[in-house]
Design a protein around this ligand. Structure first.
Ligand code: TXA
Ligand code: MG
Length: 361
């Protein structure tokens, strides 16, 4: 099992410090920045999800991230910067469209893939000649990057394959004993990882959907493509361009199934399946909308939000998957949440978490 493989690092003392994002304690941030500069690992909040940060210019520090997460070494890290000017230090041949999009949406929940410069080590880019760069808007993230004086490489601060952390308690659960420090800055505001746009191809291409939607991007730079692997199950002819998108992701321990169709079908199907599971002695969890939650007859029901409120659904999704794990359920059924924009990112994460197990009407 994976856990055995990295048992050797599970004896580190992980310090937890609380920082108020609206009134940042400079002493705490400076201590965290010292750890980053010394080559250590600090988990910190961003507006999307918690990140697991290390000095992006240090091969040794980047390697520690892979070890702590149990992450495959070909899965590149995002380099976080605090100022737009820094983009050209770490990336070359930057197209005008990337600058235009950065001016509109940075700081924020969008990452650009660009040609890397020589100072970015291959340990940070998973061996690629390209680098993913993001300037986050969260006060704590920005202050930490500024005080560290180096760009911060940060994947989501979960064990590889688990749901991304939206609260410090999620990070603690996965990373206690593996990293130097966790900055608890409360719940993140968005809850899904950043949108990734690849600028190294002829037409900019969205590799991962997020809160900055295709329409918002096209508004600024015109037509963009969407990597087919976002919508379809990867196969021999559909290979995701973001290496991380090919791995099982966001997955709870329980077996998750998404049920699609009109509301009547979804509710009766979930009731039928959960009744059979209960009879078979399995503990059932149901991810339900505020509108329908009272209609389920079996199992533990958690409300993810109103079907009309995609921001709340996005914020609660990973937390609910982890709560069901804590409750020890064996199977989870989820309603589906279709729509444009953020709904697409929600369904992308939900269907991936289900390992593409979807029941259609
Ligand atoms: O919101 C976010 O992006 C969060 C916060 C912490 O910033 N970070 C995050 O990192 O989600 P991570 O490592 O969990 O996901 C990064 C994704 C992976 O799928 C990875 O393969 C892809 O970005 N990626 C990174 N560098 C890339 C590159 N050079 N080319 C293509 N994909 C890349
Ligand atoms: Mg991740």
């Amino acid at each position: 099992m994976q856990a055995k493989w990295y048992n050797f690092i599970v004896d580190m003392k992980t310090e937890i410090i609380e920082i108020d994002k609206n009134n940042i304690d400079k002493t705490g941030i400076c201590r965290a920045a010292d750890i980053i500069r010394d080559g250590g690992l600090v988990a910190f909040p961003t507006e999307t999800v918690y990140g697991l940060g290390a000095n992006a210019l240090s091969p040794q520090a980047s390697r520690k991230i892979y070890e702590a997460k149990g992450r495959p070494s070909d899965n590149p890290l995002i380099l976080h910067i605090a100022s737009m000017d820094d983009m050209q230090i770490y990336a070359g041949q930057i197209p005008d469209k990337a600058y235009k999009l950065a001016r509109r949406h940075w700081p924020g929940a969008i990452t650009f893939v660009l040609k890397k410069t020589n100072i970015v080590p291959y340990e940070t880019t998973g061996g690629l000649d390209t680098v993913a760069i993001r300037m986050p808007s969260h006060n704590i993230a920005r202050e930490l990057i500024e005080r560290s004086g180096v760009p911060i490489a940060a994947p989501s601060a979960n064990l590889s394959g688990k749901p991304s952390p939206t609260k410090a308690s999620h990070v603690f659960c996965d990373m206690n004993g593996r990293i130097d420090m966790i900055i608890d800055g409360g719940m993140v505001p968005v809850g899904l990882e950043s949108t990734i746009v690849d600028f190294t191809c002829d037409v900019p291409t969205i590799l991962r959907s997020g809160a900055i939607t295709k329409a918002m991007i096209e508004n600024v730079i015109g037509d963009v493509l969407v990597d087919r692997a976002i919508i379809s199950k990867p196969s021999s002819d559909i290979k995701p361009k973001a290496p991380g998108m090919k791995y099982r992701h966001y997955a709870p321990r329980a077996e998750l199934t998404v049920v699609e169709g009109d509301e009547g079908f979804v509710i009766s199907k979930i009731n039928e399946l959960s009744m059979a599971d209960r009879r078979g002695g399995r503990k059932v969890g149901i991810i339900a909308s505020e509108e329908n939650h009272g209609l389920y007859t079996h199992g533990e029901v958690l409300i993810i939000g109103s079907r009309r409120d995609e921001e709340t659904i996005a914020l609660n999704l990973f937390d609910i998957l982890r709560r069901f794990d804590d409750m020890g359920v064996d199977v989870i059924y989820s309603e589906s949440f279709h729509g444009e924009g953020l709904y697409e990112a929600i369904m992308n994460r939900l269907v991936k978490a289900a390992g593409y197990k979807v029941i259609n009407q």
